[in-house]
Write a protein that binds this ligand. Structure first.
Ligand code: PLP
Length: 418
């Protein structure tokens, strides 16, 4: 057996649409389900679906559309450039972008009707841009309640309020919102969340005293909107939960009634029987202790599978196997065991995460020493996305909850370029 070259059957049903060699399929029914869950939990607060970083790797435009269909009424992103791309794709819901540099095109943002987060220095640039385009800017003033990133310090807050109120009176801008961001809401036992909440209430009270009447006060991210109803105010900013992932260590998506939307899969690119004592991948960090069968998975760190995630699990033909040895740029190896049938396994579908029986994103996060946020967000552009409108056999969600009517008005799936 050892050393023979085999030409095995490649499993491909000609009646199915051509499948990419690597695929991140995104279940838009899961996105809609998640948003409906969040709306139910946070109403009467409005829901902003946060689709920065290409919707955490899920595709900003299709996710934003699905989220708005399911009851989100706001969209959020970090950069004005991300907001402009959403507007160009026809997303016309209220949209907030909050991370700027001096190179940010505020005029384009204002013209596109994008709300702008303001921590301090941006205010004058936004005011000049608003004057230049003759459209009042819509701004959300951000107070740093403890995270230490963006946001006005509490010392500078009164001066920022005063200047914003003046510009509002001049008709140059409108203060639509006041917001802040949590640091440790994913660890509900920590006291700092209460301190941030208290600081936020004070900041809002100061804004009112300065004559401002913000329509939306917003503070909660996914962990806070899921665990702290007292942080909901008028609007919650829902990132991770949109994608069906849990922000809490030791709490699963299912525990939160959320459905992970991304499924990452490929097919085995090579399968071979090797003797005991055979090493694997750069550094030869793994060596077989018996004759066994190796499967080669054609996804690597260029695709977003972290180099350090040795031991990350994959589902093949109903069984889960650990990756062994270093993850390389394009590929990694799984040890399929001595009983594996090489012929049957060449071309077998290999699922890294997502869907029935497959490992969870969190298992890859654990293997890589990181969070589920980072795993999905870093799945690279080399992996094609396919957006599923309706559940498909073997897809990430075969079962549709009773409360969800079929989405027959949509095509079964759509690909890149949406
Ligand atoms: C990314 C981000 C969010 C969303 O956070 P999640 O934990 O993913 O819900 C909310 N607000 C701000 C300011 C952010 O940068």
């Amino acid at each position: 057996m050892i050393g023979t070259t085999k030409v095995g059957p490649v499993h491909h049903d000609p009646s199915l649409p051509a499948e990419p060699e690597r695929l991140a399929s995104i279940d838009l029914c899961a996105i809609r389900h998640n948003i409906r869950q969040i709306v139910a939990r946070t109403s009467p607060a409005a829901v902003m679906s946060v689709v920065k970083a290409n919707a955490y790797g899920h595709g900003a435009v299709p996710v934003a559309k699905a989220a708005l269909e399911a009851g989100a009424t706001w969209i959020g992103a970090a950069h004005v450039a991300e907001g402009l791309a959403l507007r160009a794709a026809g997303i016309d819901a209220p949209l907030l972008c909050w991370l700027h540099t001096e190179a940010t095109d505020f005029a384009a943002g204002i013209t596109a009707g994008i709300d702008l987060g303001v921590s301090g220095w941006e205010l004058e640039g936004i005011a000049s841009a608003a004057r230049a385009v003759r459209i009042p800017a819509r701004v959300h003033l951000k107070i740093d309640t403890g995270l230490g990133r963006n946001g006005s310090t509490r010392a500078q807050w009164p001066a920022l309020l005063e200047r914003a109120a003046q510009l509002e009176a001049d008709g140059v801008l409108r203060v639509v919102g006041i917001f802040s961001h949590f640091a440790v809401a994913d660890e509900p036992e920590r006291p700092e969340t209460d301190e941030q909440l208290q600081a936020f209430r004070e900041a809002v009270a100061q804004a009112r005293e300065a004559g401002l009447e913000p329509q939306v006060r917003h503070l909660a991210n996914s962990p806070a909107l899921l665990s702290r109803p007292d942080t909901h105010f008028d609007l919650v900013r829902c990132g991770l939960a949109t994608y069906g992932l849990s922000p809490f260590e030791g709490v699963t998506s299912a525990d939160l009634k959320l459905r992970p939307a991304m499924r990452l899969s490929t097919r085995l690119a090579n399968v071979k029987r090797v003797p005991a004592g055979h090493g694997v991948s750069y550094g030869l960090r793994y060596s077989t202790d018996r004759e066994t069968v190796f499967g080669l998975v054609p996804l690597g760190y260029a695709d977003g599978v972290p180099r350090v995630s040795e031991g990350g699990p994959v589902l093949i033909n109903g069984s889960v196997y650990p990756s062994v040895g270093r993850v390389a740029m394009d590929q990694f190896v799984v040890d399929l065991g001595p009983d594996a049938d090489e012929d049957a396994l060449l071309g077998a579908e290999t699922v890294l995460f997502g869907g029935e029986g497959a490992p969870a994103v969190e298992e890859w996060a654990r293997a890589a020493g990181t969070l589920n946020y980072e795993i999905v967000t870093r799945i690279s552009e080399r992996v094609p996305r396919r957006w599923l409108e309706a559940p498909s056999a073997g897809g990430p969600q075969d079962k549709r909850p009773q409360d969800e009517p079929p989405q027959n008005q949509h095509p079964a799936s759509s690909e890149e370029g949406q």
